[in-house]
Design a protein around this ligand. Structure first.
Ligand code: TXA
Ligand code: MG
Length: 337
């Protein structure tokens, strides 16, 4: 299959919408990462997403909507907290897991009685949904297991030849996937993102617990609250290890490990001696780290890194999302200095 790469303008959006209405897939920009979209109401269309990505069928997809009316069609028993959070953070990088009405294709929910829904903040994504006239299931547009794509070039690198169209909307400004909050029972943070736990707690006036899987590997046989949590994720080919410690100790640690194929994944301005480095953002600015992380992970592979030591971010605010993705890229390897 030839993959068309078009700018996300009027014509590109019209072409994507037509493909999606016809049961095909298309990659589209969102404010978080690029998504691989298909009609969320059509079983066969949704199946094409799993095929193109090589995604396991038990990992459900996020449904993207452009109106509150669609939310009411897809989700049942919507609690007041959902309306409150949607009012505060939609359109934007927040996904709510709710009870499903059963209208979404069962492949989308991976057979679960629940459905994950968000209204994306990117105006072009919203326009594709409106023009297609259907809710769109869209996971990140990467091959399953590799870092999420934050540019159209990343999508092409992973999926060219497997999908008919990629819309190029420039680099995704947020850079990490949406926050996923379950509201099926009491609120539970399943995946940290750009909308932070702290912001949602302030909005709701209550504490929001964080799923254990956010910061720890699951035990053998343990069932994840969010199926996506169980997979090795966001992983480059290089073996990544997180390193926690001061800038000084980190530099010393790296110097002792300088060797062919060993790289540093560090903050801007931290130039280690004797070791090639890629910066993924500013130390005091978690949003810049989120925006730079996935491109930095992909660059490690392009440069042929075999081993990489990443300086850990702070675990609060948006930093928790950066930490969560890095920890998975590192398969939970963490060294404390
Ligand atoms: O920012 C994003 O959310 C991007 C863009 C494209 O919108 N999409 C994205 O999709 O990150 P994906 O498939 O890579 O991640 C979906 C996450 C997975 O961790 C999955 O397990 C969880 O959402 N999820 C989906 N439906 C769920 C459900 N019914 N219950 C619990 N978790 C669910
Ligand atoms: Mg993904």
């Amino acid at each position: 299959m030839v993959t068309k790469l078009l700018p996300a303008d009027e014509a590109g959006i019209a072409e994507a919408a037509a493909l999606l209405r016809n049961g095909q897939v298309a990659a589209i920009p969102t404010e978080t990462v690029y998504g691989l979209a298909a009609n969320a109401l059509d079983e066969a269309a949704a199946q094409k997403i799993f095929e193109a990505k090589g995604r396991p069928g038990d990992n459900p997809l996020i449904v993207h909507i452009a109106s509150m009316n669609t939310l009411r069609k897809l989700a049942a028993d919507i609690p007041p907290v959902a309306i409150r959070l949607a009012g505060a953070f939609w359109p934007g990088p927040l996904t709510l897991v709710l009870k499903s009405t059963g209208k979404v294709a069962s492949a989308v929910s991976a057979g679960l009685p629940t459905v994950a829904i968000r209204m994306p903040g990117d105006e072009r994504a919203l326009e594709v949904i409106r023009r297609a006239g259907i809710p769109l299931a869209a996971p990140s547009a990467n091959r399953s297991g590799s870092p999420s794509p934050t540019t159209a070039a990343h999508v092409m690198a992973d999926l060219a030849g497997k999908i008919p169209l990629v819309l190029d909307g420039g680099p995704a400004p947020v850079g990490v996937e949406s926050t996923v909050l379950s509201l099926v029972e009491e609120p539970l943070l399943l995946r940290p993102g750009f909308v932070t736990r702290e912001e949602m707690e302030a909005e709701l006036g209550m504490e929001i617990p964080v799923s254990k899987a956010v910061q720890q590997p699951l035990n053998e046989g343990e069932r994840p609250q969010s199926p996506g949590m169980m997979y090795r994720h966001y992983a480059p080919l290089a073996k990544v290890t997180l390193v926690e410690g001061s800038a000084e100790d980190y530099k010393k640690f790296l110097k002792e490990r300088a060797e062919d194929g060993v790289w540093a994944l560090c903050f801007t301005g931290e130039a280690p001696e004797g070791i090639p480095a890629i910066s993924y953002g500013d130390e005091g600015d978690a949003a810049s780290q989120a925006a730079g992380l996935f491109a930095a992970l992909r660059e490690l592979d392009e440069r042929g890194a075999r081993t990489a030591y990443a300086h850990v971010p702070k675990r609060e605010g948006v930093g928790l999302a950066v930490y969560n993705r890095l920890l998975r890229a590192a398969a939970f390897r963490l060294v404390r200095l």
